[in-house]
Design a protein around this ligand. Sequence first.
Ligand code: SF4
Ligand code: SF4
Length: 83
Amino acid sequence: MSQKKIKIECLQCGVCCYFFDISTLNKPQFERCKHLRDDGKCANYENRPKVCRDFQPDEICVLISTLSFEDKIKVLKKIYGVK
Ligand code: SF4
Ligand code: SF4
């Protein structure tokens, strides 16, 4: 029996646009992307790089959704094994 994957909507918390390094944007890890707007949306949405297009919201987004931004980062560091 095949299991249907539930589609998880982006909650526009902006954490992934801070947490990951994105070489095509010259964005180091733990630096806010210059395209990230204050409302959590991407100001470069139509031209965002492939790595951003390919990134899909997942269960982790839901898991951390009620946490503060700082605590979201702490949890992601643990999940991804980053010091
Ligand atoms: S961490 Fe998840 S919910 Fe937050 S902006 Fe990125 S994809 Fe969206
Ligand atoms: S280009 Fe847009 S989607 Fe990609 S990291 Fe920056 S703000 Fe986020």
